[in-house]
Ligand binder design. Structure first.
Ligand SMILES: Cc1cc2nc3c(=O)[nH]c(=O)nc-3n(C[C@H](O)[C@H](O)[C@H](O)COP(=O)(O)OP(=O)(O)OC[C@H]3O[C@@H](n4cnc5c(N)ncnc54)[C@H](O)[C@@H]3O)c2cc1C
Length: 383
């Protein structure tokens, strides 16, 4: 399958690249150092029509596809993984998700504000006791008259501490196990909702991250997304979308580190010549470029399949892309630090920032082990 970006996607890449070079890159080091959510940049993304990039215009979006969203995330991550994570959690996990699964009333109520960035979204599935085994969640939602009453705690939620709109999951029929989970839209002002600990993390600084607590949190029945107990079907149908976007972030991080290492290798001289003149450094950079290219190609292939409506194997393709691109970002950023030698280990060239950011990529959105399990299941069934 040959993938070529169309005219619209090429213009999009140029536009976002210019925005990143002019607006994001100059702030990226400070965002990381101060662990500051760049609300100004987030709102700019809204003005550029990128927060609702996959949403039809009637709900406030720009009506483009998953490949376009992957391009935006990759370009953002090339300068700031923190901003890219805020964007991905909001624009993919919430906005794109609601566009697929919410009803017309819910879309009209929530999507316009989310598309401009006036409202910030997060998606909360992980709990202190259930991560990879997410369906073992303990949060409950009990029907009481015209509302559901939620009790439980979510953890590691990107945008959680600043979110206005939370897409969340809870057991409505615990006796049915994973088949008894439902999806809800919670607003931060609903009684019984609170933000717990804000957690400090190794990288992706600038993307607020932490715990959410539901204590007898009342959610109107209108905020049930889809049917009761339909969560697994809905989530499984859309997992590939989250994995494509998360993997594109990994490629952006790897590309950002590569750009620094390549420039440094051409400028830094040892033994009377530029580092790039040494065969072993050339080989390392060539291997890094190849790995980034493979990662990007896998992602674009999967996104293009999704946009074309090719359903068969899109989930498997997403797992290949996720596993390869995320593990690759760790290898490439590590090599980049190495090429800069002692300077690479300092904060002077910011390459260590990309190295820290890459570490999260094989953990979030289904760990590398989980992706291997998915791929192996296709090879061996349930052996
Ligand atoms: C930067 C970042 C952002 C995140 N954002 C969000 C968010 O917005 N919303 C949200 O809900 N969650 C979010 N998460 C949470 C993320 O989805 C979980 O961290 C992830 O699913 C792994 O769960 P866990 O951390 O509980 O690890 P665990 O599931 O406890 O796994 C620990 C280790 O054991 C391995 N392991 C687990 N099961 C198996 C198995 N069967 N076979 C082999 N190895 C196994 C894992 O691969 C991992 O290496 C985020 C995480 C990170 C790092």
């Amino acid at each position: 399958m040959f993938i070529e970006l169309d005219e619209e996607q090429r213009i999009l890449r140029e536009t976002i690249r210019k925005f990143v070079e002019n607006e994001v890159a100059p702030q990226a080091e400070e965002i990381d150092r101060e662990d500051r959510f760049p609300r100004d940049l987030f709102l700019e993304l809204g003005k550029l029509g990128l927060l609702g990039i996959t949403v039809p215009e009637e709900y406030g979006g720009s009506g483009s596809g998953l490949l376009s969203q992957a391009i935006v995330v990759e370009e953002l991550a090339r300068a700031s993984a923190g901003l890219a994570s805020c964007y991905a959690a909001h624009s993919n996990l919430v906005v794109d998700n609601l566009n697929w699964h919410a009803n017309d009333w819910q879309k009209r109520k929530y999507l316009p504000g989310l598309c401009t960035g006036k409202k910030i979204g997060c998606l909360a599935i992980t709990e202190p006791g259930s991560g990879s085994d997410a369906l073992a969640m303990r949060t409950r939602a009990d029907r009481d008259g015209d509302s559901y009453v939620l009790n439980g705690t979510k953890i590691f939620i990107t945008n959680g501490p600043i979110a206005d709109v939370i897409v969340t999951y809870a057991k409505t029929a615990p006796e049915l196990g994973s088949k008894g989970i439902s999806t809800f839209i919670v607003e931060k002002d609903f009684p019984g909702f609170s933000v717990g600990r804000k957690m400090e993390k190794l990288g992706h600084k600038g993307s607020p991250f932490g715990e959410l607590v539901y204590e007898d949190c009342r959610v109107p029945k209108e905020n049930l997304v889809g049917e009761e107990n339909a969560m697994v079907r809905m989530v499984l149908a859309g997992l590939y979308r989250e994995r494509v976007v998360w993997s594109a972030e990994a490629v952006g991080i790897a590309q950002g580190a590569f750009d620094i290492a390549r420039k440094y290798a051409m400028e830094r001289e040892q033994f009377g010549r530029a580092l790039a003149g040494f065969q072993m450094i050339k080989e390392k950079l060539a291997d890094m470029a190849l790995e980034i290219h493979i990662g990007r190609t896998l992602i674009q292939r999967c996104a293009a399949m999704a946009d074309a409506g090719v359903k068969a194997d899109v989930g498997l393709e997403a797992s290949y892309a996720k596993l390869y691109a995320c593990d690759m970002s760790e290898r490439v950023t590590s090599s980049a630090v190495h090429i800069l030698g002692g300077y690479g280990y300092t904060k002077e060239f910011q390459v260590e920032r990309f190295f820290r950011d890459a570490k999260a990529m094989p953990i979030g959105a289904g760990t590398s082990e989980v992706q291997r399990l998915i791929i192996a299941r296709r090879l061996f069934g349930k052996i």
